[in-house]
Ligand binder design. Structure first.
Ligand code: FES
Length: 81
């Protein structure tokens, strides 16, 4: 299924890029921008982003590494005390 019509990116392309990035660096944060760059493309109209993000999040290897979870909350808790 084509996800990005401007660049002809399919759901299979996205899943392959996510798997490749996770295999290359298990601690990396995977973003839509990184996937575009990995595929040698650039976002154009952005109309595909909701489906693009859903496809990314549906990949088995997409998970945020455990050591990087909850980082946003930590400074707030420190500032509250
Ligand atoms: S449909 Fe993906 S950038 Fe336009």
């Amino acid at each position: 299924m084509i996800v990005c019509h401007c660049n002809g990116i399919s759901d299979t392309d996205i899943k392959s890029a996510v798997d490749w990035m996770r295999a290359s660096d298990p601690a990396t944060l995977i973003t839509a921008g990184k996937i575009y760059r990995a595929l040698g493309k650039r976002a154009d109209c952005g109309g595909c982003l909701p489906l693009f993000l859903d496809t990314m999040r549906g990949c088995d290897s997409f998970e945020v590494p455990m050591q990087l979870r909850g980082l946003r909350r930590a400074p707030t808790q420190v500032n509250a005390t």
